[in-house]
Design a protein around this ligand. Structure first.
Ligand code: DGJ
Length: 757
């Protein structure tokens, strides 16, 4: 049993490695503990310290000066009745007043995990042993909230959300409804989050918590490239391998807020949920409002442990559909090869070159519809451009299929170009404020996904496209953020609901499409990783990590992304040099090895390769296919951070720890370099491992293959395998491998390990 409730009103949620506890104090759920697993419940209640404080922390219970909501650590705090910190919720009554106070009304513990109406969320499967606590709180008006807490016995995470129910006879306006609020008993933490911009997403950011608020948020209508909907509190000294770390990851793709507030008594309150900024929601009598889910992970093994918990949970219980457990195809995408300038023959030539190299999927990117020769028109007109593809998508897909490859397609359904048939027919279908400028981004406007008619149109037109050819993969793009956020369909009092209704509408459309097309692998994209969030992963098992394909930049982007998201969620491609985003020239070997840390592919004109390069690519594809199960389903260990120096390293270990693959990169060459070693992680200390170095670079074909058999046919198609030795797991983790084998600038080295027996 994972959830224990005792007669005194103490709730203890227990997982293999963590405990989370609160108790009822005068009807208020008061937070007690979150951290390493506690053996039992006894004594937990004493963790609450109540003190007599000056009158500036008022006392709701007459005569009891030790009790103030301003000092009580709470599970779902309110504002206006003596707590002056950030509240979890705020409502406004028809008379303009804003007081509501939730107190305990009941609870139940259910097996499994309920779905969250209309929202993506972690799910449980039979046999998981998941349990959900539903804690019911009510206000004297009849307004209720149900706080949901789910735990899986073997995952050190608590999944939280809230459902507000209007049990009154009055309409109530929600001003703020957060998914979770946690009151830590002290402020001895550092704040950790993932920040960036287009082309440099999810860089690491760490800073001390100080008095007042520390926050990350989006006001862009999408989670955004700028700040990922994830933050963590780290105990000072916590690092990649050790120390207490508390993560908050929001399963939502729109405007969000995650905030830590340090108060006068040096306690830290973390709240996470939909950004209250610009949010209003009218709840009529009898209606309810479900918040998105916050996935809170505790790790006593630093950031590495935190990441592996998120990876396993998101890979197996957030991602759905048949591709969840399938190896993902190696693809070639024509975007950086041709941009808008292509025809069927050109595309077929790229596909043919790809098929010869072992690539499995050809993806046709932007430019195949309407009259889209540049980015200034045609979004919304999802009809094939017969000037470029005279035989339509079916003919192109057929040509691709005949090469033995699958066919994939790019779409950007949420957008409309002012220069499009769709916009001319339905100028009110985009987000806009009547009479005001409609601000464009990349010459496009945002369709109003809160409207049923817009969604029905998109479902029909996309279904027609996806059925018009054997499409097995779809890249779903979104290339601008929201402005003039208003809907022609909503009444004045509901305009503040537009941004969240957009997300609910988008999720509904995606649900319809993934249900109707279960054989399509969807990849999320938003100018690269502008919507790399758990909400999208529920519908689309992978995301295009960044438009920046430079191998050096990708070290940081992929390293940062891996803090929360598994390698199986990250699209990573080899692109041409000089790189189109930063102009850098890196080796094909390094570009290949960096991209092999995710879902591997190519994003360049394969017909332009020399014979020598073709041979190297053939070896790269063979190598990746041989180890993709490990990369996509294994446990990831980060060994060296690109944010700290010239080297980066990460490795993947199979669940049974019998196999591993290690990637080691050096950005710039070092003259007369000092000796150093690369200590590995995650191996079985009791086992011996056969270690080989694998290389795909030119002249590499002379090595031995030994036990490592590769799928390439001839010797020249196979990566070269050079034995390094047989070493004990404990030695490899404590002393490591010699950090060498680099050649010049932009170099990568790959090791593979197998249990020696
Ligand atoms: C932005 C994406 O991130 C790119 O990969 C590409 O699909 C372009 N959009 C196409 O317009």
């Amino acid at each position: 049993m994972a959830i224990h409730v005792d007669a005194s009103g103490l709730f203890h949620l227990q997982t293999a490695g963590s405990s989370y506890a609160f108790k009822l104090v005068h009807g208020y759920p008061a937070h007690l503990y979150w951290g390493p697993r506690l053996r039992h419940t006894s004594g937990l209640g004493d963790l609450l310290q109540l003190k007599d404080r000056p009158s500036f922390s008022p006392n709701p219970l007459p005569g009891n000066h030790r009790f103030s909501l301003d000092t009580l650590p709470q599970e779902y705090p309110q504002y206006g009745t003596s707590d002056f910190r950030q509240p979890a919720f705020q409502v406004e009554w028809p008379d303009g007043t804003r007081i509501a106070e939730f107190k305990y009304a009941g609870h139940r513990v259910e097996p499994g995990k309920p779905k969250l109406a209309g929202l993506p969320a972690v799910y449980a499967e039979p046999g998981d042993g998941a349990e959900t606590l539903v804690l019911e709180l009510t206000d004297e008006s009849g307004l209720r909230v149900e706080l949901l807490y789910t735990v899986f016995p073997n995952t050190d995470a608590v999944m939280r959300s809230a459902r507000l129910v209007n049990g009154t006879s009055l309409p109530v306006r929600l001003l703020r409804v957060m998914s979770a609020s946690v009151d830590f008993h002290d402020d001895g933490f550092e704040w950790f989050c993932l920040e960036g911009a287009w082309g440099r997403e999810r860089h690491l950011s760490r800073r001390p918590l100080g008095p007042g608020g520390t926050r990350i948020e989006s006001r862009r209508g999408a989670s955004g490239h700028q700040l990922n909907p994830f933050a963590a509190l780290l105990r000072p000294g916590a690092d990649e391998d050790k120390g207490d770390v508390y993560g908050f990851s929001l399963v939502y793709s729109g405007n969000f807020l995650i905030e830590a507030e340090v108060d006068q008594f040096r306690t830290a309150r973390v709240t996470a949920g939909i950004n209250p900024f610009e949010f209003r929601w009218l709840l009529e009598p009898g209606e309810s409002f479900q918040t998105p889910e916050a996935v809170m992970v505790y790790s006593g093994e630093g950031l590495g442990g935190l990441s592996r918990t998120y990876h396993r949970l998101y890979r197996t219980r957030l991602v759905r559909g048949k591709y969840r457990d399938l190896e993902r195809p190696v693809l070639v995408n024509n975007w950086e090869a041709t941009y808008f300038n292509f025809n069927a023959d050109k595309l077929e030539a790229i596909a043919k070159a790809g098929a010869d190299l072992g690539i499995e999927l050809f993806v046709l990117d932007d430019g195949w519809f309407g009259r889209r020769d540049t980015d200034n028109c045609s979004l919304g007109d999802w009809k094939v451009d017969l000037r470029k593809l005279p035989g339509g998508l079916a003919d192109l897909a057929d040509r691709v299929n005949r090469l033995g490859m699958k066919f994939g397609l790019w779409v950007e359904p949420e957008m409309v170009s002012p220069d499009s048939e769709l916009y001319r027919a339905h100028p009110d279908w985009c987000l806009h404020v009547p009479g005001r400028r409609r601000t464009e981004g990349r010459n496009q406007l945002v369709l109003d996904m809160s409207r049923q008619d817009v969604r029905d149109y998109l479902f029909k037109v996309l279904s027609d496209v996806f059925s018009s050819a054997p499409v097995t993969y779809v890249k779903w793009d979104m290339n601008r953020h929201m402005t003039e956020v208003a809907s022609a369909k909503l009444p004045p009092e509901r305009q503040g609901e537009t941004a969240h209704r957009y997300m609910l509408g988008l999720y509904e459309l995606l649900e319809r499409l993934v249900t109707a097309f279960p054989d399509i692998l969807f990849e999320c994209c938003s100018g690269g990783g502008g919507r790399f969030d758990p909400g999208m992963l529920y519908y689309m098992p992978q995301t295009w990590t960044s438009d920046d394909t430079d191998a050096v930049e990708r070290l940081k982007i992929q390293y940062g992304t891996s803090i929360v998201y598994p390698a199986s969620a990250m699209g990573a491609h080899v692109s041409a040099v000089p790189n189109h985003q930063v102009g850098r020239i890196t080796s094909l070997e390094m570009r290949g090895l960096v991209a092999m840390g995710g879902n591997f592919g190519y994003e360049l004109d394969l017909t332009k390769f020399t014979e020598e390069e073709r041979a190297e690519v053939r070896r790269q594809v063979a190598l990746y296919k041989d180890m993709r199960g490990l990369v996509q389903q294994g446990d990831m260990y980060r060994l060296k951070s690109p944010f700290e120096g010239n080297e980066t390293a990460w490795m993947f270990v199979s669940p049974d720890r019998r196999e591993a693959t290690v990637f080691h990169f050096r950005v710039l060459g070092v003259p007369n370099e000092p000796l150093s070693r690369l200590a590995l992680r995650g191996l079985d200390p009791e086992r011996d491992y056969r270690v080989v170095r694998v290389t795909t670079a030119k002249g590499a074909a002379d090595g031995e293959t030994g036990d490592f058999e590769f799928s390439g046919e001839s010797g020249d198609d196979r990566p070269a395998v050079k034995p390094v030795g047989v070493y004990a797991g404990d030695l490899l983790m404590r002393a490591g491998l010699p950090a060498d084998g680099f050649r010049g600038d932009f170099s990568g080295v790959l090791y593979r390990l197998r249990a020696a027996e």
